[in-house]
Unconditional design. Structure first.
Length: 110
């Protein structure tokens, strides 16, 4: 699902310090998800495109800190390549997370 202004719950799409584009991926193994949810990785994964590698890494660090120390519950796995950040929901099986990581690495190799 492409992230648009209407389903962008964090308001970062197109923001001066936000991502350029993003898409939420609903994993077929997650059966308890509502298709009308805001674009978040809670039902599989989310791919965010940032202006550069530093911005993507900063976003990852902030999110992981919020999971570790702050108000966010659950977990995510993060994979970075240049300005791309792949956020994979921590509720997926380890083998499914590994599939996302491998596909991301394969499709973003230079």
């Amino acid at each position: 699902t492409p992230v648009t202004r209407s389903n962008n719950s964090d308001g970062l799409l197109g923001h001066r310090y936000g991502y350029l584009s993003a898409a939420a991926i609903q994993d077929p193994t997650v059966v308890a998800c509502d298709e009308d949810l805001d674009a978040e990785p809670d039902c599989g994964a989310m791919l965010e495109q940032w202006p550069d590698a530093d911005a993507a890494a900063a976003r990852s660090g902030v999110l992981l800190g919020l999971y570790r120390d702050g108000p966010l519950t659950g977990s995510e796995h993060h994979y970075l390549r240049g300005g791309l950040l792949l956020r994979v929901w921590g509720g997926l099986s380890e083998s499914r997370v590994a599939e996302y990581a491998a596909a991301f690495a394969e499709r973003t190799e230079k």
